[in-house]
Ligand binder design. Structure first.
Ligand code: PEP
Ligand code: MG
Length: 578
């Protein structure tokens, strides 16, 4: 700790929960990989030595992790990684690359493991595709160990990780470890790593400037993820106060669970469909522990990252999920690659305004067709829906629907019978709202994605914490667009869902119900709270509130009105959120 003063810092609330725990500070600036040309034989031998030492060190870490973990799945994964690491041929290839190309060990690892990954992906089965994913993780762990930067052991810390920014890979590593919470300097509420933490109930606060400089390993901090507060160097009295708040929060959570078997229905009888957003298939198990729910948004970008366009791998994954959630449905969103989910080779100045989502898919029809085929084939139980991301124009939907119908016809020729999934779009660009009356003619449903709708309406980068004050899904401009969309859907008689992060914000839930949204899809961990809230909302009252708030000037005024209502129907909730 650099100062002994208690310091209360306010950041962006990412994932609720109270923690009082030690921190581990991960300093990322050390891990930038640079290609280096080796000038002498001595340098070459040094790089080879670094490689051997790194392999031994990583093996030791993996074996330790295996001993510590209770998770059978993780044990299997660790075994696979240890086997790959011990593969003599792979080791020989890396050493040969260092010698022949005279390049540093990091470049050699990347090159050799990447080409093996590509070869595995070409084999075309989900087994090989999974192994390819393991190779990629292993390469980054090995490089981290060799660089003496952070290691996967750091991510197995039984406390709070403090890090400049959190990538999606790091978030996935965290959910597979003992880490209790996360604090970052950068990042926003709708960033994908934030979404993963929320889904897995890891309390987190993002956007606390210079936090990695203010803390040292093992300092005790208080993290309040619901309010976005971090207290460093807490006084004895503050610690005592938060211990009590923590107990209250746990009690509040267990009371929510008591409504587990009850339906999400308003006090005046409208059933609001309640679904989960998932980013990785592992989340389905977590979801089913919460209750029997369907999936309102399956983001498939991680599938693309691990398996590429492999149809069989996708089919197996989609089918397994559809079977697991049956009789509820799963809405599979086509790959939304590009933008911040950039698993492509495109280099663009403005990726959020560039080749992303449906634009990529129409640009690469083979990739799109393979995903469509996998989705249609997985609809054995008729509980699969398919949805397009980033729709901006009517033509995009017309063209995508043509490809979809054509793929179905081809499948019908190959297979005896297929069930056509319901076909919908994400509404997340203002133009899609304004053109919805035309698009509605050829779709079955929409899902309003407020993360991007907010980003594109207010021209505010969803990842950039420097403009995070402007990023607010409760801005009346965003709410007005939602109202236009729900009005069109009602008129055209199509289902309207919402799946942005607004669905886990209690203020957002009241607004959405009042605006006429039929289904909400939120992170699995947030379902109990959202359901409790829905069960206390009166539709008529929420409709009145919604028609008032769309006329207001800013989100502060919107929040004030909705807060009064929540105070009336669920006051305990306000103890844990601002
Ligand atoms: C959204 O934009 O609101 C959404 C749900 O999609 P994503 O967060 O994956 O962009
Ligand atoms: Mg989106």
């Amino acid at each position: 700790m650099k100062s002994s003063q208690e310091l209360k810092l306010k950041g962006i609330p990412i994932s609720p929960g109270i923690l009082i725990a030690p921190v581990r500070v991960i300093r990322k600036e050390k891990i930038k990989i640079k290609e280096k040309i080796l000038k002498s034989e001595r340098e070459i031998e040094e790089e080879i030595q670094k490689f051997h030492t790194g392999v031994e060190e990583l093996k030791r870490i993996l074996l330790d992790l295996k001993k510590e973990t209770q998770e059978e799945n993780l044990k299997v994964l660790l075994d696979i990684q240890i086997t790959i690491l011990s593969d003599e041929e792979m080791q020989r290839d890396i050493i040969t690359f260092i010698r022949n190309k005279r390049k540093n060990v990091e470049s050699a690892i990347q090159h050799v493991l990447n080409s093996r990954k590509e070869a595995l992906l070409k084999q075309g089965s989900s087994y090989f595709a999974e192994r390819a994913g393991e190779l990629e993780r292993l390469a980054s762990d090995l490089i981290s160990v060799i660089n003496k930067s952070y290691t996967i052991a750091d991510f197995n810390f039984d406390g709070i990780i403090v890090i400049e920014s959190l990538s999606i890979d790091e978030a996935l590593r965290i959910i597979r470890s003992n880490v209790k919470g996360v604090i970052t300097e950068k990042g926003g509420r709708t960033e994908h790593s934030a979404i993963v933490l929320r889904n897995f109930k890891i309390p987190a606060v993002f956007g606390i400037e210079k936090i990695t400089k203010l803390l040292e390993d093992d300092d005790i901090v208080i993290l309040d993820g619901g309010k976005g507060v971090v207290i460093i160097n807490p006084m004895e009295s503050t610690l005592k106060r938060y211990q009590l708040i923590k107990i209250d929060y746990e009690k509040y959570e267990s009371e929510l669970v008591s409504e587990r078997e009850l339906p999400p229905i308003t006090t005046d009888g409208k059933v609001i469909g309640l679904f989960a957003n998932i980013d990785v298939p592992e989340e389905v198990e977590e979801l089913l522990k919460t209750g029997k729910y369907g999936i309102g948004l399956f983001r498939t970008e991680m599938i693309f990252k691990e398996y590429g366009d492999n149809e069989e791998a996708q089919y197996e994954i989609y089918l397994e999920i559809a079977r697991k959630v049956y009789p509820n449905s799963v809405t599979i969103r086509a790959f939304d690659i590009g933008g911040d989910k950039l698993y492509t080779d495109y280099q663009e100045d403005n990726p959020f305004l560039g080749l992303r989502g449906i634009r990529v898919l129409l640009d690469e029809p083979t990739l799109f067709e393979k995903q469509i085929r996998a989705v249609i084939r997985a609809n054995e139980l008729s509980n699969v829906r398919f949805m397009l991301p980033m729709v901006a124009t009517v033509e995009e939907v017309v063209e995508a629907k043509k490809i979809f119908i054509q793929a179905k016809k081809v499948l019908e020729r190959e297979y005896m019978k297929v069930n056509q999934p319901r076909f919908g779009i994400m509404v997340e660009i203002p133009s899609a709202v304004l053109l919805l009356e035309h698009i509605a003619e050829i779709i079955d449903f929409i899902s309003i994605g407020t993360n991007d709708l907010t980003q594109y309406t207010l021209a505010v980068d969803r990842k950039n914490q420097r403009v995070s004050k402007i990023f607010d899904h409760l801005n009346p401009a965003v709410l007005k667009l939602i109202k236009i969309a729900t009005d069109v859907c009602r008129e055209k008689n199509i289902l309207v869902a919402s799946c942005g992060e607004i669905t886990s914000d209690p203020y957002g839930v009241v607004a959405l119900v009042g605006l006429g949204v039929d289904e909400l899809s939120c992170p699995p961990s947030r379902i109990p709270e959202v359901k409790s809230l829905i069960r206390r909302i009166n539709l008529q009252e929420a409709e009145n509130i919604a028609s008032n708030v769309v006329k207001l000037q800013n989100s502060k005024e919107v929040k004030k009105v909705i807060k009064e209502y929540i105070k009336k129907i669920m006051p305990e909730l306000l103890e844990f959120y601002d």
